[in-house]
Design a protein around this ligand. Structure first.
Ligand SMILES: Cc1cc2nc3c(=O)[nH]c(=O)nc-3n(C[C@H](O)[C@H](O)[C@H](O)COP(=O)(O)OP(=O)(O)OC[C@H]3O[C@@H](n4cnc5c(N)ncnc54)[C@H](O)[C@@H]3O)c2cc1C
Length: 462
C-alpha cells in the first residue's frame, strides 16, 4: 500500500494493509481482463476474507460515494470484471469456504470465491456432482458464475447457473448483509427476500458472498461422439436424430474446421479425422446403465441416408472421452494464442442458426473485416454460439461487432448470450429488448443500488 488516499487507509483498517493493493504492479492483474481487451486503473484492489469484511468494505466505499467493481476469477469475456474509471475492485476470491455436502438434501453452501473446479471436486468426494461446467473451471468462481448466470457445456441438460442456486447471501450497495431464497429453492414460503434478480446481474445489484447450491446424482456411465459434418445444418439434423434415438444429451457442442485446426496445432493432438471437416458436433450421453451401445446406434441413425454426416468417432473410456472433449475445450485458449480475437457470445434460435452461421463471413466482410477469419464454436444444444473474429483491423472492431449483433437480432436472437452484457454489449440492450424491459432493468437497479455505485458502466445502457 502506497497512497495517502483516506478511503484506501480506511479499507486497510478493515482488511489489513496486505490485503489492499494500490501500486500499479500489484494491481495490474486485477485491472486487465482475460482477453486483454478491457483494462482500466483501479483506485485500489481490496481482498476481504469473509462476509463481514465485504460488508465493511462496501460500507466504507458507500460513505465516500466510491464506485465498486466486484471481481471473482476475472475470466469474464465482456469487460465487466475490471475497472474503467478509478473504481475500487473488490476481489472475492478469499471467500472460498466449502461447507459440508448435504447428501440427502443434495446441496452445499460455498463461499463466492470458491472456484468451480473446487466445488465440483468437493461434490464428487461426496458422490454427487454440480450441474455447471465450463473450460475456465480452475479460475472462474461460484460468485462470478452466479453473477453472469453462466451456461457452459452442460447447459442443454441441467440449465444455466440460475437452475442450480437455492439461496444466496449478498452484501447490498450500502453494506447491509441479506440472505434469501431464489425462486422455489428458498425454503419456507413467505420468506421476505427473493434474491433471484441478483443472478445474472453482473455485479450491478449486490456482491454475492455465499451460495447454497443444488447438487445432483452423477450418471455412472458416459459416452462421447464426435461427428464430422458438412455444415451447421447437418450438425443440427444429427443432433436431432441423436436425441431421438439416445435420449437427452449431457452436452452438444459445435466446432468448425479452422477452430479444429488451431486446437490440433496448439495441443499437439493427432487430427481426429483424416480430412478436417467443415464442422463437427460433439455429443455426450450418460446414464445409470451403460450408454455406449445407445450412442453408437444413435450415431448410425444420424449418418444413415444423410450425406451431411461425413465421419464419426465414439469415445467410451475416460481417456478417449477426454481426448475428444479437449478438441472442443481448448478452443478459447488456442484462438487467443493466435493474436487478438474479437469475441461475441450470442444466442440464435435453432431454426435460424444454420443461416446465421453460413451468412457470417459475408456480414463481417461487409462491415470492414475483409481479411478477417471467422471461427464459430459453442453450445449447439441451446443455440448459444461463440463468434470469434481474428484479424479485425482495430478501427473496424465496433462496426464489425455491430453488424454481427444486428444479424443476431434479425435472426430473432439476442446479442448477449451466456457471457452477459458487460461493457461490450451495453449499447445493444435497448436494441434487443423492449423499452418496458429496459425500464424494468433500470427500476431494479435503482431499488438495489440507488446511488449507482455497483459496477457502473456495465449491463445497463446509458
Ligand atoms: C476458457 C474460457 C471458457 C469459458 N467458457 C464459458 C462457458 O462455457 N460458459 C460461460 O457462461 N462462460 C464461459 N466463460 C466466461 C467466464 O468464465 C464466465 O463468465 C464466468 O462466469 C466468470 O466467472 P469469474 O469468477 O471469472 O467472474 P469475473 O470474470 O471475475 O466477473 C464476471 C462478472 O461477474 C461479476 N462478479 C464476479 N464475482 C462477483 C460476486 N461475487 N458478486 C457479484 N458480482 C460478481 C463481475 O463484476 C463481472 O461483471 C469462459 C471463459 C474462459 C476464459
Amino acid at each position: 500500500m502506497t497512497t495517502a488516499d483516506p478511503l484506501v487507509a480506511r479499507l486497510a483498517e478493515v482488511v489489513g494493509p496486505t490485503q489492499v493493493l494500490d501500486d500499479p504492479g500489484s494491481c495490474a492483474a486485477f485491472e486487465t481482463d482475460w482477453t486483454g481487451r478491457w483494462q482500466g486503473r483501479a483506485r485500489a484492489v481490496v481482498r476481504p476474507a469473509d462476509t463481514a469484511e465485504v460488508a465493511a468494505v462496501v460500507t466504507a466505499c458507500a460513505d465516500q460515494g466510491a464506485a465498486i467493481v466486484p471481481q471473482g476469477g476475472n475470466t469474464g469475456l465482456v469487460g465487466g470484471s475490471v475497472p474503467r474509471d478509478g473504481e475500487v475492485v473488490v476481489s472475492l476470491t478469499r471467500l472460498d469456504d466449502l461447507g459440508p455436502v448435504g447428501v440427502d438434501a443434495r446441496e452445499v453452501t460455498v463461499g463466492a470465491g470458491a472456484t468451480l473446479a473446487a466445488v465440483q471436486e468437493h461434490a464428487a468426494a461426496a458422490g454427487l456432482a454440480y450441474g455447471v461446467d465450463l473450460a475456465a473451471r480452475d479460475s472462474a468462481t461460484i460468485g462470478g458464475t452466479i453473477a453472469t448466470d453462466a451456461g457452459g457445456i452442460r447447459v442443454v441438460r441441467y440449465g444455466a447457473t440460475r437452475a442450480q442456486v437455492r439461496r444466496l447471501e449478498v452484501v447490498l450497495a450500502d453494506g447491509r448483509i441479506v440472505e434469501g431464497g431464489v425462486g422455489d429453492g428458498g425454503g419456507p414460503s413467505g420468506e421476505p427476500a427473493d434474491l433471484g434478480s441478483v443472478i445474472g446481474s453482473e455485479g450491478t445489484l449486490a456482491l454475492i458472498t455465499s451460495a447454497r447450491l443444488r447438487l445432483l446424482q452423477p450418471p455412472r456411465h458416459r459416452a462421447v461422439a464426435l461427428l464430422a459434418v458438412s455444415d451447421v445444418a447437418a450438425a443440427l439434423r444429427a443432433q436431432e436424430v441423436i436425441v431421438r434415438v439416445a435420449g437427452p444429451l449431457e452436452a452438444s457442442e459445435l466446432v468448425q474446421a479452422e477452430g479444429l485446426r488451431r486446437v490440433v496445432q496448439g495441443t499437439g493432438q493427432r487430427p481426429p479425422f483424416a480430412v478436417t471437416p467443415p464442422a463437427a458436433v460433439l455429443v455426450e450421453v450418460a446414464g445409470a446403465d451403460p450408454v455406449a451401445d445407445r450412442l453408437v446406434a444413435a450415431v448410425g441413425a444420424a449418418a444413415e441416408g444423410d450425406p451431411g454426416v461425413l465421419d464419426a468417432l465414439v469415445g467410451v473410456d475416460a481417456a478417449d472421452r477426454t481426448r475428444l472433449w479437449q478438441l472442443r475445450e481448448a478452443h478459447t485458449e488456442a484462438l487467443a494464442a493466435a493474436g487478438p480475437v474479437v469475441k461475441l457470445d450470442v444466442v440464435v434460435p435453432l431454426a435460424a442458426l444454420a443461416g446465421f452461421v453460413d451468412g457470417l463471413p459475408a456480414i463481417v466482410r461487409g462491415a470492414g473485416g475483409e481479411s478477417c477469419e471467422v471461427v464459430v464454436f459453442g453450445h449447439l444444444g441451446v443455440g448459444d454460439l461463440h463468434v470469434n473474429l481474428l484479424g479485425v483491423p482495430t478501427p473496424w472492431v465496433t462496426a464489425v461487432e455491430d453488424a454481427v449483433c444486428a444479424a443476431v437480432v434479425a435472426a430473432g436472437g439476442r446479442p448477449d448470450g451466456e457471457h452477459g452484457v458487460g461493457v461490450q454489449k451495453r449499447a445493444w440492450v435497448p436494441r434487443s429488448r423492449s423499452a418496458d424491459e429496459v425500464a424494468a432493468m433500470r427500476a431494479t437497479a435503482r431499488a438495489f443500488d440507488p446511488a449507482g455505485l455497483l459496477n457502473p458502466g456495465v449491463r445497463l445502457p446509458d
